[in-house]
Design a protein around this ligand. Structure first.
Ligand code: ARG
Length: 459
């Protein structure tokens, strides 16, 4: 007999039981469900809504059930639908009528909202710790490479020289924003919905503030219909995770390019690459590709989630049971991708020489050559034109700006003198860019120090 079976004369079709049951995936919230129920029972006892002895016995038994679940002594029953009714049925099977008092002044609608918020809060903290670890690894790699010159790109064409530190610091900025976004969504998750009832609260004198305090919530929801039907906090998290995956995916794309034979900027550790079953020479960046691929999966959850919610009238609708698999899978995916990525980066070998050679080719110092002319009083547009002609000359003669003779320079413009060579060395191009946010060693060193202080400040 179902816990809600009173007004029914027939039992549910067994395939229907299977169809609408959520225990196969919501059982992972057993801890939240039980601690939530313990706080609710304590409040019922304190308010005299149920006898104090009953409340005590319920709490004690729930604690035993928790231990039994943790020791693997309990198998959940699909017929009991979800984690909430599984726990309640087990409680009733152990203490009979007293157990039947637990659900006073509560609905599964506010209960599931509570469990999901508790679970989400816990996972946000866990993901933040992983992002922090990733930033720490990137920052120490950056520290080793403040003088490792590499080409910076636009349109994937060599543009201006930068350093590997500068490039890595760009990603740290993205991950800092990800960390912040998570902290921000935590605030909106950290609101207790229990007490909303099915949709319109209850006539019992609940003490919601007490329950919030017991469960470590900072606030309580202010409208019961919103309390049971709001899933913004889940969508917000999946959206934050989508942006985080987008950052990882862009970085993975670079890892894949950089480890190709065409670039040869880095070599991945054997532990984070794979071979081919047919081509003996292959060393493939599979982990980076898989992370890039899984990005689509997380985006898919975001779209699915938004679509599930878009047409729902207030308040609770069973459609909302679809929230969990999307949320859980997005969380699980991130919790696999971030550590794999972190370890892959921590063990990478940097081919500094190849990066430098690439920076020297492709006329990455052309802007600096033009700037040198400007400093001699040539208007920028004319300087651009002169250097453009020199670049064309270099291409036609298969050489580069550094290797032209002074005569060749002077043939295009008489303004040139010997000092142009120092100004256009890639090292000078990098070092002269000492504006805040730039690649010069003096600037990246400051950024790395600031990051260390930031990382220390994170709890
Ligand atoms: N398993 C349900 C869910 O995940 C719990 C809430 C069910 N409430 C209801 N009125 N059917 O959404």
């Amino acid at each position: 007999m179902k816990l809600w079976g009173g007004r029914f004369t027939k039992s549910t079709d067994s395939f229907t039981d299977h169809f609408h049951s959520s225990i196969s995936f919501d059982s992972r919230m057993y801890h939240e469900d039980i601690t939530g129920s313990m706080a609710h029972a304590a409040m019922l006892g304190k308010q005299g809504i149920i006898p104090k002895e009953d409340s005590d016995l319920i709490i004690k038994t729930l604690q035993e059930i928790l231990t039994d679940i943790e020791n693997g002594h309990i198998t959940f029953d699909e017929k009991a639908e979800d984690i909430h009714m599984n726990v309640e049925s087990i409680l009733i099977s152990r203490i009979g009528d007293v157990g039947k008092r637990l659900h006073t002044g509560r609905s599964r609608n506010d209960q599931v909202a509570l469990d999901t918020r508790m679970y989400t809060k816990k996972e946000i903290k866990a993901i933040q710790a992983l992002v922090k670890e990733l930033m720490t690894v990137l920052n120490s790699l950056a520290e080793k490479h403040t003088e490792t010159i590499m080409p910076g790109y636009t349109h994937l064409q060599r543009a201006q020289p930068v350093t590997l530190a500068h490039h890595l610091l760009a990603y740290i900025e993205m991950f800092k924003r990800d960390y912040d976004r998570l902290a921000d969504s935590y605030k909106r998750t950290d609101v207790l919905p229990l007490g909303s009832g099915a949709l319109a609260t209850t006539t019992y004198p609940l003490d919601r503030e007490f329950v919030a305090k017991q469960l470590g919530f900072s606030a309580i929801t202010q409208n019961s219909m919103d309390g049971v039907s709001d899933r913004d906090f889940c969508i917000e998290l999946v959206s934050d995770l989508s942006i985080l995956m987008m950052h990882l995916s862009r970085f993975c794309e670079e890892i894949i390019l950089w480890s190709s034979h065409e670039f040869r900027f880095i070599e991945l550790d054997d532990a984070y690459s794979t071979g081919s079953s047919i081509m003996p020479q292959k060393k493939n960046p599979d982990m980076a590709e898989l992370i890039r691929g899984k990005t689509g999966r997380v985006y898919g959850h975001l779209m699915g989630f938004l679509t599930t919610m878009k047409g729902l009238p207030l308040a609770y609708n069973k459609d909302m049971q679809e929230d969990k698999e999307a949320l859980f899978d997005a969380i699980d995916t991130i919790k696999m991708c971030v550590p794999v990525f972190t370890n892959m980066i921590a063990t990478v070998t940097v081919r500094e020489h190849n990066m430098l050679e690439a920076a020297k080719g492709g006329f990455t110092n052309a802007t600096d050559a033009a700037d040198w002319l400007v400093k001699q009083g040539v208007p920028f547009r004319d300087a651009h034109e002169i250097i453009g002609k020199l670049v064309l000359y270099c291409i036609q003669n298969n050489t580069n700006l550094d290797d032209l003779s002074l005569e060749e320079y002077k043939a295009i413009s008489p303004v040139f003198d010997e000092s142009v060579y120092a100004a256009i060395s890639v090292k000078q191009c990098v070092e002269a860019r000492n504006v805040i946010g730039g690649p010069a060693k003096s600037v990246t060193t400051m950024a790395i120090e600031a990051n260390k202080a930031y990382l220390r400040s994170l709890v």
